[in-house]
Design a protein around this ligand. Structure first.
Ligand SMILES: [Zn+2]
Length: 264
């Protein structure tokens, strides 16, 4: 796995470069400065500074909306990055309540990725873009948000085939349940399952649907394969606990509550 950082090819003390990015968060600081949290396609997460107040949005900064895909020109000076140009590349629409909550949840996770998650930046970037696109277009957004969380667990290596027991490697018998526990997306048969507070239990019918769904790479399959609401709710409930433990996000319980209300 190659993780390329801007520093690895920008050795000059002052250099300009272009990249596509998704704006995750902005903070207004002292002296009309703005701190912008980007996830860039080539270099992953970057914290970028700009000097103009958002209140007096210039043309450059008018494109700087959270959750949008932008093309940026950045200036690297010593160890800091400064925003020089910014244009809108893909405009997403989060105009309703549900879209705002879902995109807020996905962006919150994206801006708090733990260091130990080894991700290929472009792979994560495309996943984030696809998820935000589905939320914006209202194409099975809950499916895509769950897919986003499972894929992220795959990047950490905490995932396995839903049809097989991760411990004894046997195919889980059709008349038995399978169990995921301890913050992994690995499943166990009833003999190998330890029993923990946060457990996801799937019957055969549910794991067959989930298996088809997880093995389909295209966005339309994720939208088209129907996950019944009770499955969505129990998967999301399990994943929230996983993410609450993994990311220690203070806002996650609040987001979980909002999301659960929308799921009902
Ligand atoms: Zn087993």
């Amino acid at each position: 796995m190659t993780l390329r950082k801007p520093d690895s090819h920008l050795n000059n003390s002052c250099a300009f470069f272009n990249t596509d990015a998704i704006c995750l968060k902005t903070l207004e600081g002292k002296n009309n400065s703005i701190v912008i949290f980007l996830f860039t396609k080539e270099f992953g997460p970057l914290v970028v500074f700009s000097k103009i107040s958002l209140k007096k949005k210039s043309n450059t900064l008018s494109n700087l909306d959270i959750g949008q895909e932008i093309s940026v020109t950045l200036n690297k000076k010593n160890d800091s990055y400064y925003l020089k140009e910014c244009s809108l590349k893909t405009c997403f629409n989060y105009s309703d309540y549900s879209a705002l909550i879902l995109s807020g949840f996905v962006l919150e996770i994206s801006s708090n990725l733990p260091e130990e998650i080894a991700i290929k930046f472009d792979v994560f970037y495309n996943l984030l873009l696809k998820t935000l696109g589905a939320i914006s277009e209202k194409k099975a957004p809950f499916n895509h948000v769950i897919n986003f969380q499972i894929k992220l667990l795959e990047f950490t290596g905490n995932s396995g085939d839903v049809l097989f027991c991760s411990k004894c490697q046997n195919k889980i018998p059709e008349n038995e349940n399978s169990y995921a526990e301890n913050n992994y997306w690995n499943f166990f048969c009833k003999d190998c399952y330890n029993g923990s507070n946060n457990t996801l239990i799937l019957n055969n019918e549910e794991r067959v649907i989930l298996s088809q769904w997880m093995n389909s790479e295209t966005s339309s399959n994720i939208s088209d394969i129907h996950l019944a609401k009770p499955i969505v709710i129990k998967i999301q409930k399990y994943l929230f606990q996983v993410y609450a433990d993994m990311f220690t996000l203070k806002t996650l319980p609040q987001l979980a509550q909002l999301l659960n209300e929308k799921l009902k």
